[in-house]
Design a protein around this ligand. Structure first.
Ligand SMILES: [Zn+2]
Length: 127
């Protein structure tokens, strides 16, 4: 492997770089932790919390609330080491976000069409 500090090509089994002495084995401690399932740092599974809040505020309140509820549970389940639970909540949060976004977009389109119809009919009458 190549040393990340000085670029010297060392043997793959080398513990330290022959040139500069850098520790070559301490490259991926997080990968080891993930395999054992002990440490699941926040961010391992996206929680969509920001998206959920934005979708709730700007799009659709009734469907945004479950999105926020699911999103809020993701990091707690990660801290508890519950990767499957966190992934399930993440999936649900994303689904409710898109439902909120879709409904909000649909309402905005309908609202826009109605306004356009009103403007066009107003122009028609004034002529
Ligand atoms: Zn080196």
């Amino acid at each position: 492997m190549f040393c990340t500090q000085c670029g010297t090509n060392n043997a793959d089994t080398a513990a330290i770089c022959v040139q500069c002495g850098r520790n070559l084995q301490a490259v991926a401690p997080s990968a080891t932790a993930l395999v054992t399932g002990v440490v699941l740092p926040a961010g391992t599974v996206p929680n969509y919390l920001v998206f959920a809040i934005l979708a709730t505020v700007f799009c659709c309140l009734p469907t945004g609330i479950p999105a926020i509820v699911f999103a809020a549970q993701v990091n707690g389940k990660l801290q508890a080491g519950n990767l499957a639970g966190a992934q399930a909540d993440s999936k649900n949060a994303k689904m409710w976000c898109w439902i909120s976004f879709g409904l909000g977009l649909a309402f905005a389109l309908v609202y826009g069409v109605l306004i356009m119809a009103g403007i066009l009919s107003g122009i028609g009458h004034s002529n």
